[in-house]
Design a protein around this ligand. Sequence first.
Ligand SMILES: C[S@@+](CC[C@H](N)C(=O)[O-])C[C@H]1O[C@@H](n2cnc3c(N)ncnc32)[C@H](O)[C@@H]1O
Length: 289
Amino acid sequence: MRPVGGGTEREGVLDDLARYFSISSEEALARCLDLESASLQEWEAAPRDSVDGIAGLYASATSWAFDLSWYNYLQVSGTGYLKSVIVADRLRIASGMRVLDYGSGVGATAQLFAALGCEVTLADVAKPLLDFARWRLDERGTPARYVHLPAALPVASFDVVTALDVMAHVPPEELRGTVEAIHAALRSGGLFVTGFDVRRKSRRNAWHLYDDDLPLRWEIARAGFRRADLIDAGVWIYRAGSTNGVRGRAHIAWAWVRLASPPARLLRRCRRVVARAGLTVFFLVAARR
Ligand SMILES: C[S@@+](CC[C@H](N)C(=O)[O-])C[C@H]1O[C@@H](n2cnc3c(N)ncnc32)[C@H](O)[C@@H]1O
């Protein structure tokens, strides 16, 4: 993240944004700090209640370049959770591995994997973000491949696919196809690393399209992924398996029982009601003290 000619990560982030968007560093900083309202403005600039409306956002939005760059700076400065570093450490990412970063944002995760010697591919629906990521990586001489989604991903080509803070943004209508494409892109036994940044519905969370992770986890299991491990902060490691044969069918049937059957959904609803009621009581009691 540092500038090519040397300096701090903060300078690197602001310098990248200033040069790429032809603005001053001061304006870049102001836009970084304004990230939430700028993203909200872009979201509310058009109706987003359809797949096309959401695609329109990713085709044009630039505020996320500022948002994600600043978030990356907060991570490396010790304020944010260094998710990609922890993922790389837990996966024992090593030279020569082929990694796809799906929903690659400004490219920081891909940069890290490239620095560790991996062959990296970045894929994103947001052309402005993918172009900015490519520019940043080119500036630093980092070799990478790029896929502007929904273009097809290469089949059986990756050892690892990461999708960090991405799945909650994939519209429900596209979820099955997205997960199946990721599964097909992995070699058999390859790893899919993802988390579910699901949030309670609100204006400020508008682009988080799920308030429950159950549908996301069901589609992942349904595509043939088996849960392999949980990294803290809710990042899951899945292993790509088959959906064929008796074992494949048994895996899907059991996943349906746990994640998609009416009792599973009812249980989830009950847990949420109980958890919310518990929190309300806790805050009421705390407020009275
Ligand atoms: C919160 S950002 C996370 C970026 C990056 N993974 C990181 O950890 O910094 C979400 C990313 O997912 C991308 N995205 C949103 N919807 C997507 C979709 N349907 N398919 C692929 N990427 C998507 C966005 O363009 C954005 O780059």
